[in-house]
Write a protein that binds this ligand. Structure first.
Ligand SMILES: [Zn+2]
Length: 157
């Protein structure tokens, strides 16, 4: 249902090295590309068929106001604000390892994911661990059959 989600890439996602930049559904804010151009990834980005985009000033303002409300504004660069603005404008998903961007995204109701393509495609793998003897189970169970303590869910990355 609906159109395919667009992924907005931030600088940290590119620098993580985990991103498959040849993936076609990624959108790069112009300011992110400018930031990267000075670095070692310039050559890679030149050969990749990448889509760049600048957010509308209206959305930059919205992103800035949201960052002020969450208290993240002072740690975010104008590039970071562009990433958030573009995600609002395009109703996209941000790929970022930056906690401040993630925090503002959450506040704005924007989806985000960490660390490139593996982060997007991989589902969280839940495991279950006994709070008593710490035995790990693959399937859900309420009580540990070994020691009788409660079993809790945790995610294995
Ligand atoms: Zn146990």
């Amino acid at each position: 249902m609906g159109e395919k989600k667009k992924y907005i890439i931030d600088t940290s996602a590119i620098l993580s090295g985990k991103l498959n930049i040849w993936e076609n559904d990624y959108i790069y804010p112009d300011s992110v590309i400018k930031e990267i151009r000075s670095g070692s990834l310039e050559k890679i980005l030149e050969v990749a068929d990448i889509k760049t985009c600048s957010p509308d000033p209206e959305y930059i303002k919205m992103a800035g106001e949201a960052a002020l409300k969450t208290g993240d504004y002072h740690v975010l660069s104008s590039t970071d604000i562009d990433v958030i603005a573009l995600a609002i404008e395009l109703n996209g998903i941000i790929i970022t390892d930056d906690y401040a961007i993630q925090n503002v995204a959450r506040y704005c109701g924007i989806e985000y994911t960490e660390g490139g393509i593996s982060g997007i495609k991989k589902n969280i793998i839940w495991k279950y661990r006994c709070t008593g003897c710490h035995k790990i189970y693959n399937e859900y169970r309420k009580i540990c059959p070994v020691c009788g303590h409660e079993v809790k869910r945790y995610s294995k990355k």
